[in-house]
Design a binder for this molecule. Structure first.
Ligand code: SR1
Ligand code: MG
Length: 429
């Protein structure tokens, strides 16, 4: 089905960009000089949109425009332009609580489905840094803050019910992008589907085994039910390591076009699952075995810190006076009532933990057996080595999805990841 393109929409070419930007005084001032001097280049390597960078004598900007179809596949896969609206709404909402962790937005054009925002330089995409083996000392701290603040403030703990319902009404129309996740993350890896692909022939038998693994398939459907039914908070919706831009000192989450009111664990799990993908891919990037041992450890420390700090900060926000209509700390008197409050928090955070592991496992599986893969694995040229990395990642993914409730804490998950990494990754013949 094709989606409506509003009158006035046109896909901009590089040559159109200077004149367009010159019409936005704040942006023109930021770039400086004359439009004819601005250097424009298209840099998009994502699956969905066009991304242009414009640089002038005094500054740079990014212009992101949605196309009425999926860039990864082409015009045969129509996609609504309205995703640009949801992305803009999400960026504005996130900026209210963590302006330091999102790109600043300068301009939004609903008709052209485009957003003009800060050009993040010298930032790079986190996934690329993880492939190169770069340590980001502040990543866990920053991402824990980003997630705790954005997810808490948009939940029923952090905002009044009426405000949440109004926002939900806006975001619940992001139907088609949610549908991509519903199919690609929770269903397609467990069925024969157009576009599914894997390292072949090395993982042919694995793909069949996954499709016929009842408990694993059941877990995927249970997480899909949560994704469809649990409107806990405004989630980023696609918080993988390709949606995070980093330097040693700064971290910013980009691309929230999949945003909607969904389960909090989907965001936390996306980040953790992608960090585990990076972890298992490291042996494919080593020049000699063991080269990346230190880096592997840093990834696991980062995963532990992400969960631990997220958990602490989310609880801290909950415990201080907050705007939500539920579990106001003042409702609970000292003594036994406090104990009831604390135990409710404990149960809530435990559910979030198990959800995050399960969603993380879904995200790992889809990146190995589904349509859209990750550069961490794809850049491993030798298919035997790649398949060995992917096999280990799938083993952890299954454990996270099927046995997530059995992990006492994040250290126990990391212990399992280390054990899986030590196992010979024999690929079924
Ligand atoms: C069909 S689009 C493939 C993927 O790219 C995005 O980053 C989302 O993760 C989506 O599932
Ligand atoms: Mg994206």
């Amino acid at each position: 089905m094709a989606f409506d393109v509003p009158p006035g929409y046109r896909a901009l070419k590089e040559a159109d960009i200077p004149a367009y930007l010159a019409g936005i005084p704040t942006v023109a001032a930021r770039l400086g000089g004359r439009a004819a001097e601005w250097k424009i280049r298209e840099v998009g390597d994502g699956n969905l949109n066009f991304i242009f960078v414009a640089e002038g004598p005094t500054g740079g900007i990014v212009l992101k425009q949605a196309l009425p179809y999926l860039r990864l596949v082409g015009e045969s896969w129509p996609l609504p332009l309205r995703r640009a609206f949801f992305e803009h709404q999400a960026l504005v909402t996130q900026a209210r609580v963590v302006p330091q962790h999102v790109p600043e937005v300068f301009h939004f054009d609903d008709t052209l489905a485009l957003t003009v925002m800060a050009y993040l330089s010298p930032h790079i995409i986190l996934r690329k840094g993880l492939i190169r083996g770069i340590v980001y000392p502040r990543l866990a701290d920053h991402m824990a803050t980003f997630m705790a603040e954005t997810l808490f403030s948009t939940s029923d703990l952090g905002q009044p019910a009426a405000a949440k319902k109004k926002q939900m009404a806006v975001f619940c129309d992001n139907i088609e992008l949610c549908r991509i996740t519903e199919d690609l993350v929770f269903t397609d890896p467990w069925r024969v589907a157009d576009g599914n692909r894997w390292t072949s022939p090395q993982l042919d038998a694995t793909a069949v085994a996954v499709r016929t693994d009842g408990p694993w398939k059941r877990a995927a459907q249970e997480f899909k039910l949560k994704f469809l039914g649990e409107a806990q908070a405004l989630i980023h919706g696609d918080l993988h390591s390709g949606s995070i831009m980093v330097t040693a000192d700064e971290t910013r989450a980009i691309d929230p076009e999949f945003a909607f009111y969904g389960p909090i664990g989907f965001d936390v799990g996306a980040l953790i699952g992608n960090l585990y993908l990076a972890y298992f891919s490291q042996s494919g990037h080593e020049a000699t075995p063991g080269d990346r041992d230190g880096y592997r450890n840093w990834i696991l420390q980062t995963i532990e810190a992400v969960w631990t700090l997220f958990d602490q900060r989310f609880r801290a926000l909950w415990t201080k006076a907050h705007a939500g209509d539920t579990f106001m700390p003042a409702l609970f008197a000292a003594g036994p009532e406090q104990a009831a409050f604390t135990s409710a928090q404990e149960a809530y955070m435990r559910r979030l933990f198990v959800d995050s592991l399960g969603f993380g496992g879904c995200k790992m599986t889809r990146r190995i057996l589904g349509l859209a893969h990750v550069e961490d694995m794809e850049s491993i040229a030798d298919p035997d080595r790649r398949a060995a990395c992917e096999t280990r990642a799938l083993r952890l993914a299954r454990a996270l999805m099927v046995d997530g409730a059995g992990f006492t804490d994040i250290k126990a998950v990391n212990d399992t990841a280390r054990a899986v990494q030590r196992e010979p990754a024999k690929v079924p013949a």
